[in-house]
Design a protein around this ligand. Structure first.
Ligand code: ADP
Ligand code: ASP
Ligand code: MG
Length: 452
């Protein structure tokens, strides 16, 4: 059994969905379970419509919704044609758009959104794409069956970033997916969404369909998890920032996880953990060029000082300074406990005897955290920062690579610098507008033909 996940552009229109069907036809012997994202751009449009409605712009919201309805109906019509299956899918689409219109009206009356209502609305993208893809597959000769992912991907009620409940997922996968596969059928599930055990819709957070695929892969003990996307695989940097980024054919789980956490959007940061737990190889492949080899992610891969560079903006630096911390046992634990209690995750940390600097993503509520931290000493926050990460399993052991990295940063101001304990990730905090220039300079230093 394999799990094959297709991202938004891989199911973005009728042509893309046909290509996806061809990829699955070539894999029937491996018993594929298919996970699909929403049609490209749909999740953004749904969230925008919800925000417009809540801001009182109901007409604009309904206009967005109508454009989405037309696109989904058109895609379904082109792929599925006419007949009973086409009627069923059209009815499903109509039902979901009615639900959406009602939600928009409700948000405009309420004037605000809750994380729970945002999950309900953003999951509609995958609730639309999955039945369209399943019916398109049937029309193209694949014995596909739609399985509502919310019956399998059971989570807690942390809306917006729900925590999967592994045992419940494994039990549901055994009950609902395995018999279909054993009968030679191809289950199709929407990614990104789940539900609480009481059936309330949740999501795993933006980009979460990769994570869904890994969770299903682990629950089914799949032999591989394939992430089909719009680039050739994991590259030495984001190709939108570094146009000459190169394909990485084979990379270690830990390196891929670091890259995903520090901005390599090609993989949702949580994807690796379920795969590691079961030792399931992950592949990243290009659905527009399926003949390529893609990237293979496994425990063992050749070790290089630098494998790739990632970066992200929207970083806030929090600095806590306190002479009282000098020699005080447990001070760090107390500080991190504040972040833990407020469920605020910390990315990068540097310390001295009397101070701690750490970074969090912009957008996380910080007020309560800061108020508690002030009990320890002076607290400063600096917004408008970004992180650049240089990742390679041999980095910590390579003095020349480290020297080259520092040289490439040049006179760019570094706010923090940290080498991970495992020695595979050198992270630098720079001003947000310096993230891309620094990524390009590091890439040129390590990957340009002259650098080789
Ligand atoms: P999907 O919709 O298939 O999930 P995403 O847009 O989430 O696709 O992820 C693919 C995108 O990730 C690529 O188009 C690319 O711009 C971006 N990306 C960022 N860093 C990397 C990297 N190191 N390697 C490959 N792609 C990357
Ligand atoms: N459709 C969701 C998003 O855009 C999930 C995904 O595509 O992975 O965030
Ligand atoms: Mg993605």
């Amino acid at each position: 059994m394999i799990v094959a996940k297709f991202g938004g552009t891989s199911v973005g229109d009728a042509i893309a969905i046909r290509r996806t069907a061809d990829i699955i036809k070539g894999r029937l012997a491996r018993q594929p379970v298919v996970v699909v994202s929403a049609l490209a751009g749909t999740t953004n449009a749904l969230i925008a419509a919800a925000e417009q409605a809540a801001a009182g712009q109901l007409v604009a919201a309904i206009t967005q919704v109508e454009a989405l309805r037309a696109r989904h109906l058109d895609t379904a019509r082109v792929l599925i044609g006419t007949g009973a299956d086409a009627d069923d899918v059209a009815a499903e689409i109509a039902m979901l758009f009615d639900e959406l219109a009602h939600l928009a009206e409700a948000f405009s009356v309420l004037g605000y959104l809750t994380p729970r209502s945002l999950d309900t609305i953003s999951a509609i993208g995958e609730r639309l794409s999955a039945p369209i893809v399943a019916a398109a597959f049937r029309r193209l000769g694949i014995d596909a069956v739609l399985v509502d992912a919310r019956r399998v991907l059971i989570t807690d009620a942390t809306y917006g970033k729900a925590e999967p409940q592994e045992e419940a997922i494994a039990a549901a996968a055994r009950a609902l997916i395995v018999p279909l596969v054993q009968a030679g059928r191809v289950p199709v599930l929407g990614g990104f969404m789940g539900a609480t055990k009481d059936g309330v819709t949740t999501t795993l957070g933006r980009g979460g369909s990769d994570y869904s695929a890994a969770l299903f892969g682990a629950a089914l003990d799949a032999e591989a998890i394939e992430i089909w996307t719009d680039v050739d695989g994991m590259l030495t940097a984001d190709p939108r920032v570094v146009p000459d980024a190169q394909l990485i054919e084979h990379i270690r789980f830990d390196e891929a996880a670091e890259l995903a956490s520090f901005g390599a959007k090609v993989l949702h940061p949580n994807t690796i953990a379920p795969a590691v737990k079961r030792g399931i190889d992950v592949f990243i492949c290009n659905s527009m060029r399926p003949e390529g080899n893609g990237t293979r992610i496994t425990f063992d891969a050749p070790t290089f000082p630098v494998r790739a560079i990632a970066g992200k903006g929207n970083t806030v630096v929090v600095k806590v300074r306190s002479p009282r911390m000098l020699g005080m046992p447990g001070a760090l634990r107390a500080i991190f406990d504040v972040f833990a209690r407020h469920k605020t995750s910390v990315d990068v940390v540097t310390t001295s005897e009397v101070s701690v600097s750490l970074t969090v993503d912009e957008g996380q509520p910080l007020e309560d955290v800061l108020a508690e931290l002030r009990e320890f000493g002076d607290v400063d926050i600096e917004r408008g920062k970004g992180i650049v990460a240089l990742v390679g399993a041999g980095l910590g052991d390579s003095a020349p690579a480290m020297a080259k990295a520092i040289a490439a940063v040049g006179d760019t101001r570094l706010h923090m610098l940290s080498l991970s304990a495992t020695g595979i990730n050198l992270t630098m905090i720079v001003d947000a507008d310096q993230v891309q220039p620094v990524m390009r300079r590091l890439h040129a230093a390590f990957f340009s033909p002259e650098a080789a």
